[in-house]
Ligand binder design. Structure first.
Ligand SMILES: Nc1ncnc2c1ncn2[C@@H]1O[C@H](COP(=O)(O)OP(=O)(O)OP(=O)(O)O)[C@@H](O)[C@H]1O
Length: 312
């Protein structure tokens, strides 16, 4: 399995009558191979969820392409057999008036109508055990009788009942307490061990990033740095990545300012378009935060951005 994003762009129509546009994602390219976790980090509004929704077929792509094993995203029963999403607030996924395990019934009706009740019950129990839940503690309970971490695991169990290839995990640990968060992360590690690809979307450099083979850092809808996680975190090159890293409290280590950026690998290296290759599996955008934006917007930036650049 391989998910491939190639120059993906999303422009939303905003404002009254959709008269204005907002470019939420601008020319993003990366892959999620099977058996790997790729983490997508960036602050609020950087376009992470929009990317997740495009991969899940929930919002259409404006330009570029997203393919799974070479086939374009085609929202529908077949696609969702292989690609599922789990989101930040598990409570919002469950209807409070139905028992939590009803989510399994919906999967049975859509995908396994021929399964007998006994067979289905056994499959559900096995999936719950796979996510370290005791089936007897979950089956027959209402959502409010379960914790956020348990519900998150129920949703992962539901996804595992399908012939899943890719899981899009959007901020799935941000509402969980520290120990439950680690349980859910361990679960993701197991999932990738089964050969699934996971896109782990997060706004902070949480533990989840260390589970990821690759990291993509998104800012204002464009990739500023990406590559092998140990390279991106071990030798962050872009000022934005350094800023994100310096905001992480380090135990037993004194605070120190991030190393100043003295050169721009992108422009000094003569790169044009896309990202500059900084080393093996390590790519970086222009180091001048606004410079990249200026270049990206080209003539579209108008006087506003120029004014801001000159004023600095
Ligand atoms: N349906 C929509 N219509 C118009 N604009 C939208 C829509 N969804 C998102 N946006 C805008 O697109 C930009 C990117 O939003 P997105 O939710 O993808 O960011 P994010 O990085 O996931 O942020 P967060 O972590 O806060 O969810 C934001 O400026 C947001 O306001």
């Amino acid at each position: 399995m391989m998910l491939r994003l190639d120059n993906v762009t999303k422009v939303y129509k905003v404002g009254a009558f959709g008269g204005k546009t907002l470019t939420a994602v601008d020319g993003v390219s990366f892959d999620v191979p099977e058996g790997q976790v790729v983490s997508l980090i960036g602050e609020s509004g950087s376009g992470k969820s929009t990317l997740g929704k495009m991969i899940l077929g929930l919002v259409p792509v404006t330009a570029g392409s997203i393919t799974l094993d070479g086939a374009p995203v085609r929202p529908g029963k077949e696609y969702y057999r292989h690609v599922q999403g789990v989101f930040q607030d598990p409570f919002s996924t469950f209807n409070p008036v139905f028992k939590a395990d009803r989510v399994f019934q919906l999967i049975r009706e859509a995908y396994f109508p021929a399964a007998t009740a006994a067979d289905w019950d056994e499959r559900v129990r096995a999936a719950l055990r796979d996510v370290r839940l005791d089936p007897d503690q979950v089956i027959g309970k209402y959502p409010h009788q379960l914790s956020g971490g348990q519900l998150q695991r129920v949703l992962i169990a539901r996804a595992l009942l399908l012939d899943l290839k890719l899981l899009v995990a959007d901020e799935i640990t941000s509402m969980l307490d520290a120990s439950t968060r680690i349980d859910v992360l361990n679960l993701l590690a197991e999932i990738k061990g089964r050969g699934l690809g996971v896109l782990y979307i997060t706004h902070d450099l949480s533990l989840g990033n260390y589970l990821a083979e690759r990291t993509v850092v998104l800012r204002h809808g464009t990739v500023v740095e990406m590559g092998a996680t140990d390279r991106v975190f071990g030798r962050p090159l872009h000022p934005y990545t350094r800023q994100l890293l310096s905001a992480v409290p380090r135990l037993h280590a004194p605070w120190e300012d991030a190393e100043p950026v003295t050169s721009c690998l992108y422009h000094d290296g003569g790169a044009t378009g896309g990202l500059a290759e900084a080393g093996e599996d390590h790519f970086v955008a222009c180091a001048r935060l606004e410079g990249c934006l200026e270049e990206r917007l080209g003539g579209r930036s108008g006087g506003r951005l120029e004014g801001r650049l000159k004023g600095r």
